[in-house]
Design a protein. Structure first.
Length: 148
């Protein structure tokens, strides 16, 4: 039985690549399975080491200076421009990563901008006068027995 199964198992293993089972740990997040991504190793940049892109979800994972970061909503032409830029590191920092604040494709920034607005202030339980701009109430329009 093992003699019959072994050739089939070896044939399947021969067709599988390490990229099919590769998982990377993101700098600001958990692990990501690279199976849906098309990855390219980069040798001509001192900053960008690897670019992985999933066209279906428009997600891109960039390994820069040995750290993996994920970017969301990245159009394919932006990925192509990164790979063809004269200075990949400069293009990456300016166009994708951003400087100082969150870049335009940063997944964390997109999650934060899509959060639901806080609920409106609940109505007061009873009419205690007009509320002033500073949050204090003006009781001057109430009769003395209503102010209590």
């Amino acid at each position: 039985m093992i003699v019959h199964v072994l050739p089939i198992l070896l044939a399947r293993l021969a067709g599988a690549s390490w990229a099919d089972a590769e998982t990377v740990n993101l700098q600001y997040g958990g692990a990501v399975d690279l199976a849906p991504f098309a990855c390219q190793d980069v040798t001509r940049s001192s900053v960008v080491n690897r670019v992985c892109y999933d066209a279906a979800s428009r997600r891109m994972i960039v390994q820069a200076n040995a750290a993996y970061s994920q970017y969301c909503g990245v159009p394919e032409p932006v990925r192509d421009s990164l790979l063809n830029a004269p200075s990949m590191g400069q293009y990456y920092r300016v166009t994708i990563k951003g400087s100082g604040t969150a870049g335009p494709y940063e997944c964390r920034a997109q999650r934060m901008s899509s959060t639901v607005a806080p609920p409106a202030k609940p109505p007061s339980r009873r009419n205690t006068g007009k509320e002033q701009a500073n949050g204090q109430h003006d009781y001057s329009n109430l009769k003395p027995d209503e102010a209590a």
